[in-house]
Ligand binder design. Structure first.
Ligand code: UT7
Length: 327
């Protein structure tokens, strides 16, 4: 009896925002953005689309891929830092849209590590309670709603999107998640955050005037911390499973910055052609990014049964984590 990924689906909004578009909004250049980040364009949701709408579109595709009806779901976990409202959870809002009446639903907040965290929580629920059979795990973000479009340090980096994964028990197959390593370090909350809007600094006219409801990031600090955390957790999951770098078919890192991804791959001795990247098209979509990659890898048949796929993520918190999959 193993736990398998039975379906994957993703969704990105139609509107494309190119580097050339950003040149008209802030003092930046296509050359700077490409050379420093690898990003060429990103998607931006329509005003009327909330994160749950992006999640819904991705979820429908994943359910179809898994040949599963929404009523069969036992649990829905939505990982996001751009929830529809502070409460109720976006997972509950999504439940209603899907008609997944049997499921219990909650949001999980681990920033860009959200999908990796949620996969671990989901598989643990399946393993610990035999009443649960099918779980929908989603990373969904409307980052355009929390980006300061006048701050060139951050606005060029982020994009909107959603990716959904169905995990379930399968009597015929072995576990597809071979090993997991998650970590957090609350000593670095200041390098990446949104200062206001919570109980510490509630929303007020002053917080709006001071632009405290937007993402703040100390890019260089995040860069260094990200590389170290992703490398060490990746090494841990490979060691635990007895799998070497040479055996990894795809390294699927959180799509933050191609220089970060290159540095991680180099230190893991994984050649660049086996590092999956789509950040040139979507930018950094936080909790959605790894799922967007997995969906493309699966749809384009870039992976076969038995291949090893290494997921690694890093985000605000700090949070990080790696998961080694056997496809
Ligand atoms: O999702 C997980 C969390 N996020 C990340 O993982 C992001 C991690 N950090 C990064 O990806 C990089 O640090 C950035 C892409 C954010 C920045 O790249 P960098 O090479 O670290 O640049 P920097 O912050 O050191 O800035 C270099 C210069 C600065 O000018 P001065 O002070 O040297 O005159 C910035 O003001 O580049 C300037 N700059 C820009 N110039 C043109 C910053 N943003 C821009 C911009 N266009 N968009």
């Amino acid at each position: 009896m193993g736990i398998i990924i039975s379906g994957i689906g993703s969704y990105v909004p139609e509107k494309v925002l190119t580097n050339a578009d950003l040149e008209k909004m802030v003092e930046t250049s296509d050359e700077w953005i490409r050379s420093r980040t690898g990003i060429e364009e990103r998607r931006v949701a329509a005003d009327e689309q909330a994160t749950s709408d992006l999640a819904y579109a991705a979820a429908l595709r994943a359910l179809e891929d898994a040949d599963t009806q929404a009523e069969e779901l036992d649990v829905i976990i939505v990982a996001s830092i751009t929830v529809d409202q502070v409460f109720p959870s976006t997972a509950c809002i999504l439940q209603k849209k899907l008609g997944a009446s049997r499921a219990f639903c909650f949001d999980l907040e681990a920033a860009c590590s959200g999908l990796v965290y949620s996969l671990e929580v989901g598989q643990s629920l399946l393993k610990s309670n035999h009443r649960y059979k099918k779980i929908l795990v989603i990373g969904a973000e409307k980052l355009s709603s929390i980006v300061d479009w006048s701050d060139r340090n951050t606005c060029v980096l982020f994009g909107d999107g959603a990716a959904a994964v169905v995990i379930e028990r399968d009597a015929e197959r072995d576990d597809c998640i071979l090993s997991t390593s998650l970590g957090s370090d609350g000593n670095h909350t200041e390098v990446l955050n949104i200062p206001a809007g919570g109980s510490r600094i509630p929303a007020s006219e002053q917080t709006v005037a001071e632009r405290l409801h937007y993402i703040r990031m100390a890019g260089r600090d995040v860069f260094k911390l990200a590389v170290n955390a992703m490398v060490s957790s990746s090494k841990e999951v490979m060691e635990e499973a007895g799998v070497t770098s040479e055996q990894i078919k795809w390294l699927v890192p959180h799509q933050a910055n191609y220089r970060i991804l290159k540095a991680v791959a180099q230190r893991l001795h994984i050649p660049e052609e086996r590092v999956y990247m789509n950040l040139n098209r979507f930018g950094n979509t936080s909790a959605a990014s790894i799922g967007l990659c997995l969906d493309e890898i699966a749809r384009d048949k870039l992976v076969s049964t038995g291949d090893y796929v290494l997921l690694t993520a890093f985000g605000g918190g700090l949070t990080w984590g790696s998961i080694l999959l056997k496809w």
